[in-house]
Design a protein around this ligand. Structure first.
Ligand code: ATP
Ligand code: MG
Ligand code: MG
Ligand code: MG
Length: 564
């Protein structure tokens, strides 16, 4: 492609809210354009990168034996009634009515749609297993869309769903997907970790997350330096809790909140209704920072209670415990919690409330939510708890654990029969008995990966795309395109590179100066530039390596072989 023909609107302007390099550079490089909160258009270069990532995901999924399908972006709310998630998805599920007053949603994920596709079409164990996937737009009405493509409201996800006749076969596919995902992230040139995770609002039992390691990651993961053990902080804490019964304290036992505090809390909760509140503050030390997670329990309406119960399910507690919930609720805008009986507290998975969880000391904190100063709450109930440490986790070799930041780029779940049972999707087993499908589901944040690549690969000048994600491998920069001999030499190199199958763009713009073109090259992050300029009279051009910054003189007819 020729720069002169491409729409690449680079700019020096950085949007005010763009704090992360990926957000800044993708906007400044004219890869993406924002049209609304958490809604981005992909401009030509952004679209090329997105399609490259998408193609790798597709190739590996096809290779793994999954079938590509496409679900409607819009689904009728009735499908979500069947699974029960119309009640439990909360505000991330964007609902709307059509002209006939029918209720619809914009798909945030597609478990219901896939069950609906397979139900009554696959009827025998002989037709199992089957794995269906799509790469399609999702919409989640995130409370705080931010960081550009990292947390959009509209985003591109690969979502796959597998159907099995028994749990063992699900585990086989789950492991197969773990390997497939590893191939995908490796091909993308990313440094990543696979970690144990919680299942969140999706539900099910085993789940693993794939984190691209980057300081800007919103998630904290715990990794062992001597074995493969890795877990997100929630899963690690829980595991440690199970073993050591990490102390959690009911506030009554620590400090009884004063009447005034309760009033304050009430204001904070935005309700006058009576509630019984137990708060647990868990304080974990993360490097020098302090993380405090606050959990609340209160009497609540049916919807909140359903959510809470689902959270309990997600935690895989024994049924007996579930029956004894006396008050459960999720404080709007917070990582909820469940208080159960006198002496048991259960942490509700953060994911139930999306990113509304309150983690003080993490990247971003809203200390003044709804005007209530949380430091006051901190005074109400407060007790130090230890962070997850060496020896806390059973699954680990006991080696040194360290905390690191990750970007959740993928998540795989063993769903079991949660959706098939709820939606009456069954097959006949070998004995002619009706059974619900055993399911797995597997997500990859395709558009988030565009940002993740840059979070891991950039410098103060701009993007540094990896081999497989670069929109073009080489930028042939014609220093002064008004000079015929430079333009001709540049075009010759450009044609030669293209013939050799190397993705190349030529900066043939006549109105831009050399310095400006170099600035664009550095911002846009193509792996190599071939600089066609003054040295041409000696038969030489310069090859610049974006990553190392090195520049080398090369004879014109050696360019192709040097780049290959
Ligand atoms: P997060 O914890 O970041 O909110 P999630 O756990 O809610 O993500 P999943 O339901 O596991 O997300 O969806 C699968 C994948 O989709 C995630 O691993 C992530 O890569 C991607 N994803 C989820 N939410 C967003 C978003 N708002 N913007 C971009 N990608 C997203
Ligand atoms: Mg998550
Ligand atoms: Mg989420
Ligand atoms: Mg997830």
């Amino acid at each position: 492609m020729k720069f002169s023909q491409m729409f690449i609107p680079t700019t020096k302007e950085t949007p005010n809210d763009a704090t992360l390099p990926s957000h800044q550079y993708l906007i400044r490089g004219g890869f993406i354009a924002q049209t609304g909160a958490g809604i981005y258009d992909f401009m030509p270069l952004g679209k090329i990168v997105l399609d490259k990532i998408r193609a790798i995901v597709k190739e590996e999924m096809d290779e793994a034996g999954a079938n590509e399908v496409q679900f409607g972006f819009v689904t009728p709310l009735s499908l979500w009634d069947e699974s029960g998630r119309s009640l439990t998805m909360g505000n991330e599920l964007l609902r709307f009515k059509d002209r006939k007053n029918g209720d619809y949603v914009l798909s945030p994920t597609n478990e219901e749609a896939v069950v609906n596709m397979v139900k009554n079409r696959i009827t025998s164990y002989r037709d199992l297993p089957v794995h269906l996937y799509q790469i399609n737009t999702k919409f989640r009405d995130e409370a705080r869309p931010r960081f550009g493509l990292m947390r959009g409201r509209e985003f591109l996800m690969k979502d796959g769903y597998s159907f099995h006749s028994n749990a063992e076969d699900l585990v086989r596919e789950f492991n197969h997907m773990e390997e497939t995902y590893k191939k995908i992230y490796t091909r993308l040139g990313l440094e990543f970790r696979v970690v144990e995770a919680d299942s969140g609002a999706i539900g099910g039992s085993g789940s693993k997350e794939f984190h691209v390691l980057a300081n800007s990651g919103e998630d904290t993961i715990v990794v062992c330096d001597s074995c493969d053990y890795g877990a997100n902080i929630e899963a690690a804490t829980r595991k440690a809790n199970k073993k050591e019964k990490l102390e959690t304290i009911e506030c009554e036992k620590v400090h009884t909140p004063s009447q005034k505090s309760i009033e304050e809390v009430n204001t904070f909760l935005g309700t006058d209704s009576y509630y019984s509140m137990k708060a647990v503050i868990k304080k974990a030390v993360y490097e020098e920072k302090t993380e405090i997670v606050v959990f609340f329990v209160r009497g609540c309406d049916e919807l909140e209670e359903t959510k809470a119960c689902n959270a309990v399910n997600a935690l895989e507690l024994e049924d007996a415990i579930e029956d004894e919930i006396i008050a459960a609720g999720i404080v709007p805008g917070f990582c909820g919690i469940l208080g159960i009986k006198e002496d048991i507290q259960v942490v509700v998975d953060n994911e139930l409330q999306g990113d509304n969880n309150l983690v003080i000391g993490a990247n971003e904190i809203d200390y003044h939510y709804k005007g209530f100063n949380l430091t006051t709450l901190e005074n109400v109930v407060y007790k130090d708890l230890v962070a997850v440490q060496e020896g806390d986790i059973c699954a680990c070799c006991g080696g040194k654990l360290s905390y690191t930041k990750g970007i959740e780029a993928g998540h795989i779940f063993q769903l079991g029969t949660k959706y098939s049972q709820a939606m009456g999707a069954n097959f006949l087993d070998e004995n002619g008995k009706t059974q619900p499908f055993v399911m797995g589901c597997y997500g990859i944040g395709v558009s988030r990966l565009v940002a993740a690549v840059i979070e891991q690969n950039h410098d103060e000048k701009g993007c540094i795309w990896t081999k497989e994600t670069a929109p073009f491998k080489v930028d042939v920069i014609v220093s002064n395109a008004k000079k015929d001999e430079e333009l001709e030499a540049g075009m010759k190199i450009y044609e030669d590179l293209k013939s050799a199958g190397i993705e190349t763009i030529i900066d043939d713009r006549k109105k831009e100066r050399f310095g400006f073109k170099m600035g664009d090259y550095e911002l846009l992050g193509f792996p190599y530039a071939i600089i066609v300029g003054k040295k041409l009279q000696d038969g030489l051009v310069e090859i610049a390596n974006r990553k190392t910054g090195q520049k080398t003189d090369v004879a014109i007819d050696e360019v192709v072989q040097k780049i290959e």
